[in-house]
Structure formats: structure tokens, C-alpha cells
Design a protein around this ligand. Sequence first.
Ligand SMILES: [Zn+2]
Length: 176
Amino acid sequence: MVFYALCVTAELENLTDLQPLGGCSDPEYAYYFKVKCENCGETSQKEACVTLSDSFQLPTGRGTANLVQKCKLCGRDGTIQMLPGHGEPLTLQQSQSGSEAMLMVFDCRGFEPIDFSFGNGWKAESTSGARFEMDLSEGEFVEYDEKGECPVGISNLRASFKVVKKHERAGKTTFV
Ligand SMILES: [Zn+2]
């Protein structure tokens, strides 16, 4: 198994704490991305849609995963299980320093996740405290914050999957 972290960054204008509507561990938030077969290197043509609330029986019959799929080329089974509770929203400070926020960790067997797509169902907070909900499928967001009397926006969205290692210390699990 390999652990992949979904890391995102963007240019935030007077906004902070960009994350899925129900938070990073939102059981209903659908993560869309393609998968690459570790056996033959084939990339799926269709994006996989993975949510915490969906679980499927493993081919072995023992246990479940959030995604169970067969490679169309070589027929090898691959599974992906999400590990909630390790994600954090993207803050204005991170955006300004050019660093990334880790939103979710995926335990991947047989597949490598690639090409994450930003969709609908995101939220962020203005520096005035006003809350905004947005659809990021167009890759950006522009609005005016009446309360703070300033423009707010999101642009230059970027996402990548990075290999992370599991660390266990004093009963606490972290991924770095
Ligand atoms: Zn394959």
C-alpha cells in the first residue's frame, strides 16, 4: 500500500480556510480524480468519484474500500480507502507563503491517484468573517464581501497527490 495526500494551494484574496462544505472529512464530499494502474501504467479515461460515505466490498471478500475498480487494460484490481481526520483547510497565510494544505489522505493499493478535479461544494471565510460557498469547477471564484467591503476571490488553483509516510507516536497517527 502507498499513502497519497491530496495537497492544494491557490491564490486567495481576502479569504481563508478553503475546504469542502462539510469540512475536510465531509462524508458526502465527492473527490474526483483519475487513477493510474501500478501494474501496467494505464490511466483511467473516466474520473473516479470517491466519497467517504460510499464503501464497496473488496474483491477478496474481506473488508471494504471507498473505491474498488478493475484496470481496463490488464484487469488488475485496485482499491482506494480514504483516511479522514488528517486534513486541514487552506489558510490565507499558506496561500501567501506559497505552501500547500493537505486535505485528505488516501490509502492506495494497485492505483496511483492523479489529476484531481475541483468541483462544486467548497467554502471559505472572508477576513471580515463572512462565509462564502463556491463552485470551483471553473477554476476560480470572484465575489464582493459586503460586510468587509472588499473583493474576495480564488484563482490559480492547483492540486497534486504526494506520497506521504505514516508515523505513529504516542497513539497518534500522522502523515508527513
Ligand atoms: Zn493495468
